[in-house]
Design a protein around this ligand. Structure first.
Ligand SMILES: [Zn+2]
Length: 81
């Protein structure tokens, strides 16, 4: 399966860090939105095939990797986890 690299079209994402890589079968249509934050993404065309660190793709993985994940609390307050 080819690995595709995606980046956010606008803004950033605390979960994916604004860009991520995804293995996807050729038969599937290109991803249009981040699976975590649902923001629009575009495929990054990269000719280089060098090994890269793949960013975590789930919130629990993001927490394990040291990302700060915000969860919505009562009264609209965002509390650092
Ligand atoms: Zn995202």
């Amino acid at each position: 399966m080819p690995i595709y690299e995606y980046e956010l079209v606008d803004g950033d994402c605390r979960a994916c860090g604004g860009s991520f890589e995804l293995r996807r079968p050729l038969s599937r249509p290109p991803l249009t939105h981040c699976p975590l934050c649902k923001k629009a993404v575009r495929k990054v065309i990269s000719g280089a095939n060098s090994p890269r660190i793949t960013k975590p793709l789930s919130v629990s993985d993001a927490k394990k990797a040291g990302f700060t994940v915000y969860e919505k609390r009562d009264k609209g307050v965002y509390e650092k986890q």
